[in-house]
Design a protein around this ligand. Structure first.
Ligand SMILES: Cc1cc2nc3c(=O)[nH]c(=O)nc-3n(C[C@H](O)[C@H](O)[C@H](O)COP(=O)(O)OP(=O)(O)OC[C@H]3O[C@@H](n4cnc5c(N)ncnc54)[C@H](O)[C@@H]3O)c2cc1C
Ligand code: FES
Length: 349
């Protein structure tokens, strides 16, 4: 459409824009607002499901192992969470994510229990550096637990046949809890990988020292690990002690909250709203609960997508306990996803 025709159409559709009408009938067609439609919800385990998403115009694709942020509107508030893409890149623009419902988890429970084919979700471009390099290393070790299998599944599905020597050590409470259990076994039977399944209800959680017995050549392998914070901390310590820290790549699904202090009154200057917050809840969550949507990304202190200026007052970094203060008029940049109120404070939303 030429500029003159576009102007004419805009005049006819005022006060809405032509794109608003397109959005009504074809919500995936607007490249400025990336969205996806849920095409199927496939149960994986009693508390995990795979969502097949048809991405809209503007989707730039992904590298297997990367994650995507999904925005869902729950009770009138848009909640963004990150989910690893479990499919390889496909020409038809479909991707899959696999979500484990966490007890009390707002978005995970919503996606697993309530999302239905036809549901529209908001989407960001894929991001993250938890993926294989090109060319892939000769010998690969994956260490995963629970839903930490998801980014690795994306890699296995895409690179499975081209990887020469792969060992996957995966932990889950029981065989029934292994997400993708049947597919992993089938890939192992087809010779694509050596699978070591650890059922922690019976065998206890994996200690890094167990790898000496399970994967005797672990030192010679490039390793990718994803799972609970405790497992990743232990693996990082083990690799560092062996002088191999740079050969271990980890992906964390949540940041570790070490310190919580007293909270205080939080004022969001743009919305002009003041709420009481405790000293453990990130300002990002405080804002969302109060209906003040702040920008965000990984929600775990990595991407800097949530940085906002603190105009006055005191806040605490939940990972380190470090206190940051601002005098009225200051604009000290803080990461709202890992920072909580430490007294009265005012923040630009
Ligand atoms: C890079 C990245 C990739 C991710 N990929 C996946 C994935 O592929 N599949 C998947 O299921 N999840 C994945 N996650 C986790 C996901 O983003 C959400 O954190 C998770 O679904 C919980 O969100 P919620 O809204 O249900 O819980 P919330 O309502 O935010 O939290 C409810 C309670 O659960 C706790 N909680 C929050 N997150 C977790 C967690 N991950 N594990 C245990 N307890 C938690 C909170 O502390 C709180 O007490 C990923 C996270 C990141 C950062
Ligand atoms: S959302 Fe990524 S650092 Fe805060």
């Amino acid at each position: 459409m030429g500029p003159a025709a576009r102007r004419l159409l805009a005049a006819v559709t005022t006060p809405l824009l032509p794109q608003d009408y397109v959005d009504l009938v074809a919500p995936l067609a607007n490249p400025a607002t990336l969205r996806a439609r849920v095409e199927a919800v496939l149960p994986e385990t009693p508390d995990a499901a795979t969502l097949v998403l048809r991405t809209g115009r503007g989707w730039r694709g992904h590298v297997p192992g990367q994650y995507v942020r999904i925005g869902v509107d729950i009770d009138g508030v848009r909640r963004w969470r990150a989910y690893s893409i479990t499919s390889g890149p496909r020409d038809d623009g479909r991707i899959t994510i696999t979500v484990k419902a966490i007890p009390g988890g707002l978005v995970s429970t919503h996606l697993v229990r309530r999302a239905a084919p036809g549901t529209l979700v908001h989407l960001d471009q894929a991001t993250g550096d938890f993926h294989l390099p090109a060319p892939a290393p000769q010998r690969v070790l994956f260490v995963t637990a629970g839903s930490g299998i998801t980014p690795v599944m994306g890699m296995l599905r895409h690179h499975g046949l081209e990887l020469a020597d792969v060992v996957l050590v995966h932990s889950a409470p029981t065989a029934q809890d292994v997400v993708f259990g049947a597919e992993l076994s089938a890939r192992a039977a087809a010779g694509q990988l050596r699978l070591v399944e650890r059922h922690t209800a019976r065998e206890g959680i994996l200690a890094p020292a167990d790898l000496t017995r399970l994967v005797p050549d672990w030192r010679q392998r490039e390793t990718w690990a994803c799972g609970p914070i405790g497992m990743l901390d232990a693996l990082e310590g083990h690799w560092a002690a062996a002088g191999l820290a740079e050969r271990l790549h980890t992906e964390r699904f949540r940041s570790q909250v070490l310190v919580a202090g007293a909270g205080g009154e939080v004022t969001f200057t743009g919305a002009g709203r003041t709420v009481i917050a405790d000293g453990a809840t990130p300002l990002l969550d405080v804002g969302e609960t109060a209906g003040v949507l702040l920008p965000s990304g990984c929600r775990m202190g990595i991407c800097m997508g949530c940085v906002r200026p603190l105009r006055s007052g005191a806040v605490r970094d939940l990972r380190t306990g470090a206190l940051t203060t601002a005098e009225p008029g200051d604009g000290v940049q803080v990461q709202t996803c890992v920072t909580a109120a430490a007294g009265a404070c005012a923040l630009d939303d």
